[in-house]
Design a protein around this ligand. Structure first.
Ligand code: 5AD
Ligand code: SF4
Length: 345
């Protein structure tokens, strides 16, 4: 197989087989043609605008025990917090003041956030005219249905890995089937659905990453958020090998080639691994940034992994820095909601 021919074909047809994806993932020297191809496809299908989504990390309490994550229930080294409804609402108001059109409510699977709490909050926040993205984990169909009716527009739920055995090894309290059930329910209900994976989990193969990309296509995902796995010293995976950015960027670029019109964020984990990681991602297929507008202790304590980029910035300082960086690479900030516009290809 020839790298250039494969990439050209992916760029024009947006189709590759598992073997072909695997080949490109394994070819170290594919990057110099792969990343620019993803950048061209991004420009052609979703344009130069960057969509910003204001992230509110409302609780770091989680009933689950994912082996890779600092918020896991058994981690006793972390300071736990939970915002009350009023605080969450006031962050949503701030998002509007800062000029954001979308908020992402992200948290651990915190049992205090019952269906009733969410329905109250969603209805209240909806009056602010924001698009609302939920990232609150696995729930029954009825909850998803009610949240949608109350104003939720989008939902983020990473599949984390499509390797079922690996998934269940790293998420001991969860089942792969239920994860899939959730994603399919969300699609059925008409949410814009975001999924994604961790890249570089111990035991994860390149073939399984190739399957992950085909899974995004098969699901018809609207958004794909992925990033490198960063070992957290407070978790059982603390001794995993040092993380690298390369493979995550490559998976992201291939995702853009095969799902040309979806929204893809440059994730914080990418920026954490490399000072210019976010910009590099935005020039290799990504078109979204999710600035964290959480303030105070919560900003420090939402510690999925160590060294999280931007944890020390204020929301406004971050926004200014980002605006300057985006101007420098000729990418305007969108003033719209940034919905997924499906194109024919
Ligand atoms: N490194 C990178 N990403 C992580 N996440 C959880 N733990 C880590 C880690 N150690 C990701 C998961 C989750 C998202 C909110 O954060 O993919 O879905
Ligand atoms: Fe909880 Fe999500 Fe962390 Fe798993 S990855 S422990 S579900 S916050």
């Amino acid at each position: 197989m020839d790298i250039k021919t494969l990439i050209q074909r992916a760029e024009s047809t947006h189709r590759l087989s598992e073997e072909e994806i695997l080949y490109l993932l394994q070819a170290q020297d594919a990057d110099e043609s792969l990343l620019p191809a993803a950048d061209r496809v991004r420009r052609k299908y979703v344009g130069d605008e960057i969509h910003l989504r204001a992230l509110i990390e409302f609780s770091n309490i989680c009933k689950n025990n994912c082996l890779y994550c600092g918020l896991r229930a058994e981690n006793t080294c972390i300071n736990r917090y939970r915002m009350d409804e009023e605080t969450i609402f006031s962050f949503a108001q701030k998002a509007v003041q800062y000029g954001y059109k979308t908020i992402v409510l992200q948290g651990g699977e915190d049992p205090a956030f019952t269906t009733e709490v969410w329905l109250r909050l969603l209805k209240r926040i909806k009056t602010l005219g924001l698009a609302i993205t939920l990232s609150i984990g696995e729930r029954p169909f009825e909850d998803y249905r009610a949240f949608k009716a109350a104003g939720a527009d989008r939902y983020l739920l990473r599949i984390e890995t499509t390797d079922k055995a690996l998934y269940e090894k790293y998420n001991p309290s969860m089942s792969f089937e239920n994860r899939l059930r959730c994603l399919h329910d969300l699609k059925k209900l008409g949410y814009e659905v975001g999924t994604g994976v961790l890249v570089g989990l111990p035991g994860q193969t390149m073939r399984s990453l190739a399957k992950d990309i085909l899974f995004f296509q098969e699901l018809g995902a609207d958004m794909i958020g992925l990033g490198p796995f960063i070992p957290n010293p407070q978790t059982p995976l603390k001794n995993a090998p040092a993380p690298v950015l390369g493979p995550a960027l490559r998976v992201m670029a291939l995702t853009r080639l095969l799902l040309p019109d979806v929204n893809i964020p440059a994730t914080t984990a990418m920026e954490t691994l490399q000072p210019n990681g976010r910009i590099l991602a935005l020039q290799s297929g990504a078109n979204v940034v999710m600035p964290n507008i959480t303030e105070g202790d919560a900003r420090q304590n939402y510690a999925l992994y160590p060294g999280k980029a931007g944890a020390a910035d204020s929301p406004l300082a971050f926004r200014e820095k980002l605006a300057a960086q985006l101007t420098a690479i000729g990418r305007p900030i969108s003033t719209g909601y940034g919905w997924h516009k499906k194109k024919i290809y």
